[in-house]
Design a protein around this ligand. Structure first.
Ligand SMILES: [Mn+2]
Length: 392
């Protein structure tokens, strides 16, 4: 989006009641790589590709964009968007393997360079945005609180660098620290979330533990980071949550769009509702995409697949429309589990394209292309392009 301001305030330095501070402070030396012993370098983006690299060769950043390791790097790059991983699976209740998600999302691409013009809208996001890969947050095996704190600090760094953070999960538990970091900067209570998922993720706890991949939306609401009425959920189905949790969600005034509503009214009608609700009570939009919102036919490699969902095409267009028509200040794409991805990366590719749709929509917004469901006439069939007069 065009109107992202630099962070208005630094993240709080004191621990909140719900989340401790990072176990280690973020690196503060400008431009210094985080690995001890690395030689000093001036701050700025680091290109880690050779000109001849294919998508599957060389060092894999997202779409071969330059690497940044510190907020100073991002600022020196003039980064509009930073893409970083949260490779954490420690709070998953079903299939594991989501710690391998960020790497798979980066590696699955088949385009290495040249034009990235989106054929629906004829916009190349990399022509209009400076996009950097920010690497991955440090996970601490077996230490949920420490890892969540690191993720919160990691996302805070991307914001401190002036970039819109796009976080690659990881199980959905990472949305609690990631969205909290965004709210830390923009103001608790001012951020709304559009949440695509088969599941509500509003459990009060997971067998007594507050952190979990079924609890992040509950935590965000109860902490005050995101008000319940600022949540817009799309795609819920299946057999969870149970009636007491559904009642709690209604008490919080969450706007939840179930698959039943989508089936009755059509996805476009429900998406229009979600677009209109996204900022009707909030000032800033955070998008959270659980790939299991798509039907397992489109996203089999995930932690808790639920049959009967949306198509990948429907969700990709939804992400683009939100980024273009509403504008997002942060996003995550979560629950890609490569070991269950059937050997063909179908789910990782879907997540990769979710990120590209967000980038494309953000570039569209910067260009002023914000009309509803925009598509370039040249891509709508020959009937949509006025006939050219014959040459004399
Ligand atoms: Mn889910």
């Amino acid at each position: 989006m065009t109107d992202i301001p630099p962070p208005s305030q630094p993240p709080p330095s004191q621990p909140s009641p719900s989340q401790p501070s990072p176990s280690q402070p973020p690196p503060t030396e400008p431009g210094s790589p985080s690995r001890p012993g690395a030689p000093p370098r001036p701050p700025g983006p680091v290109t880690v590709s050779r000109a001849g690299d294919m998508a599957w060769s060389g060092i894999q950043t997202f779409a071969k964009v330059p690497l940044c390791l510190t907020p100073a790097d991002l600022r020196a790059a003039g980064a509009d968007v930073a893409i970083g991983g949260a490779p954490w699976e420690g709070t998953a209740s079903g299939r594991t393997g989501t710690h391998l998600g960020p790497r798979a999302i980066r590696e699955c691409d088949y385009l290495s360079r040249g034009s990235w013009t989106h054929l629906d809208v004829r916009v190349d996001p990399f022509e209009h945005l400076v996009v950097c890969d920010y690497g991955d947050a440090e996970v601490l095996i077996g230490n949920t609180d420490g890892t969540y704190s690191n993720i919160r600090a990691f996302v805070a760094e991307m914001l401190e660098g002036g970039a819109i953070p796009i976080v690659l999960g990881g199980d959905h538990g990472i949305t609690w620290p990631a969205a909290t970091a965004v709210a830390d900067v923009y103001g608790h209570g001012t951020v709304g979330v559009v949440h695509f998922d088969a599941h509500a993720d509003t459990a009060p706890d997971m067998r007594g533990t507050l952190a979990g991949h079924g609890t992040p939306m509950r935590r965000l609401i109860e902490s005050g980071a995101v008000p319940g009425h600022a949540f817009v959920q799309v795609g819920l189905r299946g057999y969870w949550p149970d009636p007491p949790i559904l009642a709690w969600m209604e008490e919080q005034k969450m706007r939840t769009h179930f698959m039943a509503e989508i089936r009755a009214d059509g996805f476009d009608a429900v998406l229009d509702r979600a677009l209109s609700e996204a900022l009707d009570t909030a000032d800033h939009l955070y998008i959270s995409v659980d790939v299991d919102c798509a039907d397992p036919a489109f996203a089999p490699g995930t932690g808790t697949p639920e049959p009967g969902g949306l198509t990948s095409g429907e969700l990709l267009r939804a992400v683009r429309r939100l980024a273009a028509e509403v504008g997002a200040v942060g996003m995550d794409v979560v629950e890609v589990s490569p070991p269950y991805d059937a050997g063909n990366n179908i789910t990782a590719m879907f997540a990769n394209r979710c990120v590209l749709e967000a980038l494309t929509g953000t570039a569209m917004r910067r260009l002023g292309i914000t009309q509803p469901d925009y598509a370039d006439p040249r891509s709508l069939g020959h009937h949509a392009v006025p006939a050219q007069p014959d040459a004399p």
